[in-house]
Design a protein around this ligand. Structure first.
Ligand code: NAP
Length: 254
C-alpha cells in the first residue's frame, strides 16, 4: 500500500478526445503522474497543447476521426512505435445531440451510436492483442449517468442508449479479459462544465433544472473527472474491474 500506486511512471496512454474538456484534463493529470500520452481528436487545440508543453509533459497529438474504422489500429500502432508500448487506453471521445424522437433521423442516430459506442468497441478490440503481449493493461471507457437514468428536461434517446451500451460493453469485456490482467472500467460523469454542456449558457431553464437535480448544486469540473480516471487507470485500482464509477454530484441518488 503506497501513494506511489496512484502514479503512472513509465506508463504509456492513448487518450481519445484528448484535445479539450475531460480528455485534456486527463492528459494533464497523466502527464503529472509520469505517463507519456498520445492524444487524439479530429481538431487540434493549440492552447491545450501549449499548456501541456509548458508543463513539460511528454505527449503527442494525432489528428484523426475516431469513427473511421481504420483509426483505432492506426493509432495504437502509432502509440507503440512512438513510445514502445501501450499500457492505458482512455476511450473518452463522444458526442451528444438532443431532440424529440419522432424527428430524430437515422443519420443523427447513427452518428451518436458510431461515435459513442462502435468506435469505442473498435478501440477496445484493437488494443487487446498488444496489451496481452505486454502482460496486461487498463482500459477506461467514459460512459455517463445518461446510461443509468433518463436525464431531464432534454430528450436524448440515442445518447442515453449509447452510454448504457458503453457500461455493458465495459462489464462484458472486464469479464472476458480479467485472466489477461487487463482491467476494464467505466466512468459515469454527471453534468460537467465542458463544451458538451455549453447550452447551459443560453438555455437557463435547462441550466436550472440540471443544477436543481444535482444535490451538490453545481456542475462537475473536467479535473474532477480526471482524478477518477487516474484512479481507475493506475495500480491503485488493481482489484477494480468491470466497475462503473459514478461521479455526478449525487444526481443519480434521486
Ligand atoms: P467535449 O469537450 O465536447 O469533448 C468531446 C471530445 O470528443 C472532443 O475532444 C472531441 O474532439 C472528441 N470527438 C468527438 N467526436 C469525435 C470523432 N468523431 N473523432 C475523434 N474525436 C471526437 O465534451 P466532454 O464533456 O469533455 O466529453 C468527453 C466525454 O465525456 C464524452 O464521451 C461525453 O459523452 C462524456 N460525458 C460528458 C458529460 C458532460 O456533462 N460534459 C457527462 C457525461 C459524459 P473533436 O471535436 O475535435 O474531434
Amino acid at each position: 500500500m503506497s501513494l506511489k500506486d496512484f502514479r503512472l511512471d513509465g506508463k504509456v496512454a492513448l487518450i481519445t478526445g484528448g484535445n479539450r474538456g475531460i480528455g485534456l484534463a486527463v492528459a494533464q493529470l497523466f502527464g503529472e503522474a509520469g505517463a507519456k500520452s498520445v492524444l487524439t481528436a479530429r481538431r487540434d487545440n493549440p492552447e491545450g497543447e501549449a499548456l501541456l508543453k509548458k508543463s513539460g509533459y511528454e505527449f503527442d497529438f494525432v489528428s484523426a476521426d475516431a469513427t473511421d474504422p481504420k483509426t483505432p489500429e492506426r493509432l495504437i500502432d502509432h502509440t507503440i512505435s512512438k513510445y514502445g508500448r501501450i499500457d492505458i487506453l482512455v476511450n473518452n471521445a463522444g458526442v451528444a445531440q438532443h431532440g424529440e424522437t419522432p424527428s430524430f433521423t437515422d443519420e443523427m442516430y447513427e452518428k451518436i451510436m458510431t461515435t459513442n459506442l462502435t468506435q469505442l468497441f473498435r478501440f477496445c478490440r484493437a488494443v487487446i492483442t498488444p496489451m496481452r503481449r505486454q502482460g496486461g493493461g487498463a482500459i477506461l471507457n467514459v460512459g455517463s449517468i445518461s446510461g443509468i437514468v433518463t436525464n431531464v428536461p432534454q430528450d436524448q434517446v440515442a445518447y442515453n442508449a449509447s452510454k448504457a451500451g458503453v457500461h455493458m460493453l465495459t462489464k462484458s469485456l472486464a469479464n472476458e479479459l480479467a485472466g489477461d490482467n487487463i482491467r476494464v472500467n467505466a466512468l459515469a460523469p454527471g453534468y460537467i462544465e465542458t463544451d458538451m454542456t455549453d447550452v447551459r449558457n443560453t438555455n437557463k431553464e435547462w441550466d436550472s433544472v440540471w443544477r436543481a437535480n444535482t444535490p451538490i448544486g453545481r456542475y462537475g469540473m473536467p479535473e474532477e473527472m480526471a482524478n477518477c480516471i487516474l484512479f481507475l487507470c493506475s495500480p491503485a485500482s488493481s482489484y477494480v474491474t468491470g466497475s462503473v464509477l459514478v461521479a455526478d454530484g449525487g444526481y443519480t441518488t434521486r
